[in-house]
Design a protein around this ligand. Sequence first.
Ligand code: THU
Length: 136
Amino acid sequence: METIKPEILRDYAQKASSFAHSPFSNYPVGAALQTEDGTIFTGCNIESSSYGLTVCAERNAIAAAVVNGHKKFRALAVYSINGATPCGACRQVIWDLCGDIPVYVFDKSGHGDIYRSGELLPNPFDVTKLEKKNNQ
Ligand code: THU
């Protein structure tokens, strides 16, 4: 299974953004995540009236994949009107769950920038720090 073309993943992310629940920010975001076996899971941002409970599109896409039994990922696309890169919390979760994968960031014009999750979160905290052998 080849890594999907970024433009295909963008179309899924853009469609997902149309389902965003973002009445407070009016800033819809969509994400599309390709699993190792080629399946695509999507997410949109879901805001809460208790603002801090908002969950971003990226983390909802990852959650959708994980609850369906997927643990290995190939690529992530994020879509917003002006090409938002993932927030800090999402960068941590992308690194934790996906490792070092390509992250495609698209805006309304169709323009895309390509990053890697390792580039978005340099010097990460992660599971390796929690392994006993490193602590003792
Ligand atoms: N948001 C995302 O969904 N992903 C990001 O990477 C950045 C921010 C959402 C959260 C909130 O619903 C809205 O965008 C404004 O912050």
